[in-house]
Write a new protein. Structure first.
Length: 65
């Protein structure tokens, strides 16, 4: 009885493994120029926001000329 249950389990696992092997892995998408520009502009905006936050804080050490 137990062997029958194990046999079914083995068959089920084998079929799942086969189905996983048949699936094609995804192809890595290359970044276009517009995507690169967008990524750079996001990083730039984030850097500007951080800089302004530091500059506007009352604890920042800035000099008035």
């Amino acid at each position: 009885m137990v062997m029958l249950g194990l046999g079914r389990l083995v068959v089920t696992l084998k079929s799942k493994i086969r189905s996983l092997k048949l699936k094609k892995p995804y192809d890595k998408m290359e970044k276009s120029d517009s995507m690169r520009v967008e990524i750079r502009s996001r990083k730039t905006r984030k850097l500007i926001e951080e800089t302004l936050k530091i500059a506007d804080s009352p604890k920042s050490k800035t000099f008035n000329l």
